[in-house]
Design a protein around this ligand. Structure first.
Ligand code: F6R
Length: 607
């Protein structure tokens, strides 16, 4: 999705803006632009990769000045081109803005401004902010007062960065429903939509909340609430290493992040196991009284929720509903005070998930979120948050964040089962011990990646793939299938194996690739029957099972992958790793843009 960076200080702004934007490339974009103040406002934009903008500006040298804003745009309103990309200037060229989000009433505002004789240059919703600022400034004389007038007139979601030729010593920022933060330096300050853009320059940040406005100058920052009153905000320290957001010798971030899974899982699991018990330090929420759980998420995070449903229902005997955030928002959900809403989001900024969280809260649910990005909007608005500690995830397709979300949800299921007394002490101990061994077992799977690469080289040419499995293997198949389709562009579907003969089996013909998941031991025999069923129709079967069932499965299939044995609820934590690697190597073989698949964005901050 779109990215914002802004700088004010004593260094040249343009090279810093370009560098900051390059850190946001992973979020997905189709054009970029920067604006630097130097007496007047100078704007350069370029369609396509940031490299085009760097070349056009000679790495920023053509835009001298120490105050500027930059943007990577992911087109929503209007084609990706030089006109529609940001920054947008007001008609008199005095104000420049960058905007993430959507101005919902832009058509009405555009008509109003056009009636006043303002001429628009782009098709975007964002340009109305620049034009309206200019008009309001004629009344107020200052950007700050005009900005408050504008914020009262626009509806929708926004993170805004604003500079004006008339105020060369200040940059403004405002936020509602789209992330924005301020970075504090010495004699220089920054704004950004994502901390990765700033971390090379400062680790001292403040997250803006909805309705807040910041006036950022070289020597300091003043933040105001929605009523325009000055406020003090808590500073956060970013403690992850810069190297965590660099490739470190790997060809792709995705492979690097898969290889980081043992360490990420260790960070997610180890601090939560003490003396054989699951502990969530600092948790205030009393988890014992809930009669029902609703898990709300999107995409891969939703797939984690599916695993959670099977595990929580089995271990804790509480009904669990997993619901896509985009559906939850509009389905008039039935919620009472006995419902716990578990919201899962890597970025903590997904707009649908955020809106669903607010809706659940409005209806009286308590919110427990599982989030990777510390200080993100979802984390801040939840009653309780459990962080996954996966570290920054740059590849658009999630891997280590998915795995750590699942690890945390598994620990939560074990913890809840312990609280409710629905598993006995021996089972509890055994689950906890098995959870502690997971990082090591994931390392074992990673050591066998050459075999997975070999299978990818056999199967990368297929047009269509089916993932089948039952129970936890079905939930696992959903993720395996999404991973493959999003980065390799192979059409792929996941089915509960029992559903095959209710329709899908008609698609199986000689040569069709079926990835048969048979890790869930209690249903292994059923998995075998489904393998036999699709083999009989000529499918090529790549199976995934546990070490103890490998020999049995191997007799029936064309290719086999196995994972170490573990306790049943934890199987998908291991099972997903070969599927992530398979997707990666297939995409590599097909020459795809693995870290930035077409049309996708890392954090989906529009509906
Ligand atoms: C797929 C993927 C997406 C995200 C989804 C939710 O690889 O990464 O499906 O899982 O967009 O994102 P978060 O977890 O940030 O809310």
């Amino acid at each position: 999705m779109c990215g914002i960076v802004g700088y004010i200080g004593n260094r040249q702004a343009a090279p810093l803006l370009l560098e900051g934007l390059s850190r946001l490339e992973y979020r997905g974009y189709d054009s970029a632009g920067i604006c630097v103040a130097n007496g007047e406002l100078h704007v350069e934009k370029a369609k396509g990769r940031l490299q085009n903008l760097a070349e056009k500006t000679q790495n920023g040298a053509l835009l001298p000045g120490t105050l500027g804003i930059g943007h990577t745009r992911w087109a929503t309103h209007g084609q990706p081109n030089d006109v529609n990309s940001h920054p947008h200037l007001s008609e008199n060229g005095k104000v420049a803005i960058v905007h993430n989000g959507i101005i919902e009433n832009y058509l009405e505002l555009r008509e109003y401004l056009e009636a006043k004789g303002i001429r628009f240059t782009s098709e975007t919703d964002s340009e109305v902010v620049a034009q309206l600022l200019e008009v309001c400034m004629q009344e107020t004389g200052t950007v700050m007062d005009a900005l408050y007038m504008v914020l009262h007139r626009i509806s929708g979601a926004y993170a805004l960065g604003i500079i004006s030729a008339d105020e060369p010593d200040v940059m403004y920022a405002a936020r509602k429903d789209a992330p924005l933060l301020i970075g504090f330096g010495a004699g220089e300050n920054f704004i950004a939509s994502d901390v990765t853009a700033l971390v090379r320059h400062t680790r001292d940040v403040v997250y803006l909340e909805d309705g807040e406005v910041a006036a950022v100058s070289r020597g300091g920052v003043q933040i105001y609430n929605a009523m325009g009153q000055p406020i003090e905000k808590e500073h956060h320290h970013i403690d992850w290493e810069i190297s965590a957001a660099e490739k470190g010798g790997y060809e792709h971030f995705m492979l690097k992040e898969i290889m980081e899974e043992p360490e990420a899982l260790r960070r997610a699991i180890s601090p939560r196991i003490r003396e054989g018990r699951v502990v969530f330090d600092g948790m205030q929420m009393d988890l014992s009284g809930y009669a029902r759980i609703m898990i709300i998420a999107c995409g891969s995070s939703y797939h984690v929720g599916m695993v959670g449903k099977y595990n929580i229902e089995k271990l804790c005997r509480i009904p669990v509903e997993v619901i896509l955030a985009s559906e939850f928002r509009y389905c008039d959900p039935i919620i009472d005070e006995k419902t716990l809403a578990v919201v899962i989001s890597q970025s903590g900024e997904t707009l649908d998930t955020m809106a669903a969280l607010r809706e659940a809260k409005r209806r009286g649910a308590k919110i427990l979120s599982i989030v990777n990005v510390v200080g993100s909007s979802i984390a801040r608005e939840s009653d309780e948050v459990i962080y996954t500690y996966a570290g920054p995830e740059i590849a658009v397709a999630t891997t280590k964040a998915y795995s750590t979300q699942m690890a945390v949800l598994d620990l939560l299921a074990i913890h809840l089962a312990g609280l409710r007394g629905t598993i006995d002490e021996a089972q509890y101990r055994s689950f906890v011990d098995a959870a502690a061994r997971i990082p090591e077992q994931v390392s074992e799977i990673l050591n066998d990646r050459d075999r997975i690469q070999y299978y990818a080289s056999l199967y990368f040419n297929h047009d269509s793939v089916f993932f089948i499995g039952r129970n936890l293997d079905y939930a696992l198949g959903l993720e395996g299938s999404l991973k493959l389709k999003e980065i390799s562009y192979i059409h792929s579907e996941a089915y509960a194996s029992g559903e095959l003969k209710h329709g899908t089996i008609s698609l199986i013909e000689p040569g069709t690739l079926v990835v048969a998941l048979g890790t869930y031991t209690p249903l292994f025999e059923k998995a075998m029957s489904n393998v036999i069923e699709v083999k009989a129709r000529g499918a090529n079967v790549l199976a995934l099972t546990t070490a103890s069932n490998c020999a049995e499965m191997e007799k029936r299939v064309d290719a086999i992958l196995s994972i170490p044995d573990t306790e049943l609820p934890l199987l998908p934590l291991l099972g997903v790793v070969p599927l992530q690697l398979f997707a990666y190597y297939v995409a590599l073989q097909r020459g795809c843009d693995i870290d930035k698949p077409r049309n996708l964005a890392k954090s989906v901050t529009v509906e």
